[in-house]
Design a protein around this ligand. Structure first.
Ligand SMILES: O=C(O)CCC(=O)C(=O)O
Ligand SMILES: [Mn+2]
Length: 196
């Protein structure tokens, strides 16, 4: 399937609902579910530190760390299963992503609140490649000032690209759902400034 633009004013989105075929997506999901060191990260909400409502793992090249609450965290090394995806994204998207935030949503109650991926180490107009595996979930975008909103269903094997001014103009979220759902893994490939 080709990457197809999604029209949304002030954003730059492209989507492929079947970037990975079912067999590849199934194999990758099983390997990541069993092989990634899933942890509950602590996040800051309304000035307090709380457990994030999902499991996560930061993966990347040495030095491609992320900053949180004044500390810098070193990423986990790349699992072998992710290297072909990194290479394919380099070819098809033209970005050499040096890190991935992997998130595991155990069921419909795991979620991610409204935010932008606008950390300074991502640069002013980051390209973020989001690969989804497992249970399909609804991904929401809403403009920071205007009324524009968008909901996209992200199925098993899909790829969503967020580029240009998307993070500057929009927040996004993955809401909880009461539907009985199995686990979902999301991989957001990013290119962060390396400080060494
Ligand atoms: O799970 C998703 O689809 C979104 C994840 C996300 O926004 C993030 O990792 O920053
Ligand atoms: Mn995000």
């Amino acid at each position: 399937m080709p990457l197809t633009p999604i029209a949304l004013p002030g954003a730059d989105l492209a989507f492929d609902s079947a970037w990975l075929g079912p067999a590849r997506a199934d194999a990758l999901f099983a390997r990541l579910l069993a092989g990634v060191e899933w942890r509950t990260h602590r996040i800051r909400m309304f000035g307090r530190e709380v457990d994030s409502p999902r499991r996560s793992c930061w993966i990347g090249d040495p030095g491609a760390g992320y900053r949180y609450s004044g500390a810098r965290f070193e990423p986990h090394p790349w699992p072998r299963a992710l290297l072909p995806l990194r290479a394919r994204l380099r070819d098809e998207v033209g970005v050499d992503f040096n890190s991935v935030l992997a998130n595991l949503y155990r069921d419909g109650s795991d979620r991610m609140g409204w935010h932008s991926d606008d950390e300074p180490e991502l640069g002013p107009r980051p390209c973020i490649a989001s690969v989804s595996l497992g249970a399909a979930r609804r991904f929401l975008l809403k403009h920071r000032e205007g009324g524009e909103r968008l909901a996209v269903e992200l199925p098993h094997g899909s790829l969503l690209l967020m580029r240009g001014d998307t993070q500057r103009h929009y927040r996004h979220a993955l809401p909880a759902t009461a539907r009985p759902l199995g686990p979902r893994i999301n991989l957001t490939f990013r290119r962060v400034a390396v400080d060494r």
